[in-house]
Design a protein. Sequence first.
Lengths: 111, 114
Amino acid sequence: NAGVTQTPKFRILKIGQSMTLQCTQDMNHNYMYWYRQDPGMGLKLIYYSVGAGITDKGEVPNGYNVSRSTTEDFPLRLELAAPSQTSVYFCASSYSRTESFFGQGTRLTVV
Amino acid sequence: AQSVTQLDSHVSVSEGTPVLLRCNYSSSYSPSLFWYVQHPNKGLQLLLKYTSAATLVKGINGFEAEFKKSETSFHLTKPSAHMSDAAEYFCVVILSGGYQKVTFGTGTKLQVIP
């Protein structure tokens, strides 16, 4: 099993550009999450999904969109990149009320 | 509402001495509690978890944590610090219910001095 795979690992965007952060898991987990990590702030939940076709907002959803067309994939879309979205992004998955498995992260810089 | 408070943003210990990383939580329901470790430029790895079984939980790399409901605490300990323990540690609470609400603490950076 590969676990949770995120791509890309690094990306530099210009203000106003858009991009999609990819996340896929091969553990057949129903729950998937997107977090952003800023220094000293821990992880903040952006969006989560409890199964294919079901998504909901977390603490900091503004400026992001998600979709969950399959159990395996949970892409995160940034439509109009802003400097405030410079962060490290983590995708995670879990099976119900159990521990989450994390991807290796995507370091995004918006300039 | 649920929340997690990690009482120290930085902890510094000498190699071979005990480690104590403190975590307090608030939750209206019986929570599941977790400790994760993050080494520099890496993802998060699960250290241990409490899910309403034994209150003293043993994890990987010699870490353990005790769930104390009366104190609403879930402190992480290790008898003897190793240089490889230097990392950031996150306490996490998961609330049961209609969906799985996950709340992270702000993290504690552990420095191990040789």
